[in-house]
Design a protein around this ligand. Structure first.
Ligand code: HEM
Length: 139
């Protein structure tokens, strides 16, 4: 059983690795605006789509593995850190599903609205906070 749980924990951490590439990748893409920046909409859109799907895959894997791990703690971890972690995970989940749901219609209607970069920032800051909170929640 401990082997299985270690594997589930590895899945949790690996999904975090993939999720962080997607969350931070979007931020770096947004910051990559120099004088040398050549317009490459096809390249950017392909990268954004990869990040979007990666985020979706990662957050689903994080919930799946997280719920299994949580069973070993009797279903919940009391205290501020874990509660705050789950609230931020819920926020990230909402942002990721919203982006994945809306992206095709934004693409058809002249690109994403101007608040989308703000959502990317909220997403990335939430991820960094969640990892910090997880460290405190589980010592
Ligand atoms: C963006 C989403 C998430 C991130 C970035 C994340 C990150 C982490 C990290 C870094 C750890 C290791 C902490 C340590 O061992 O000190 C951890 C452990 C854990 N996470 Fe998550 N997590 C996420 C979502 C979830 C969800 C949705 C749940 C439950 C529903 C969950 C439940 C747990 C549990 C129970 C552990 C302890 C595992 C153990 O050591 O036995 N996590 N998480």
């Amino acid at each position: 059983m401990t082997m299985v749980l270690s594997l589930v924990k590895a899945i949790h951490l690996l999904a975090l690795v993939f999720g962080s590439v997607a969350a931070l990748g979007n931020i770096y893409l947004g910051l990559a605006k120099g004088p040398h920046d050549l317009a490459a909409p096809g390249f950017n859109n392909t990268l954004r789509k990869a990040y979007r799907y990666t985020s979706l895959f990662a957050i689903i894997a994080l919930w799946g593995s997280g719920i299994v791990l949580l069973l070993t703690y009797g279903g919940w971890v009391p205290g501020f850190a874990f509660t705050a972690k789950i609230l931020l995970v819920a926020l990230m989940t909402a942002i990721i599903f919203f982006m994945n749901l809306m992206a095709p219609s934004w693409a058809r209607n002249g690109g994403p609205p101007s608040y989308v970069p703000i959502l990317s920032w909220i997403n990335a800051i939430s991820l960094l906070s969640i990892v910090t909170l997880a460290a405190f929640a589980f010592g």
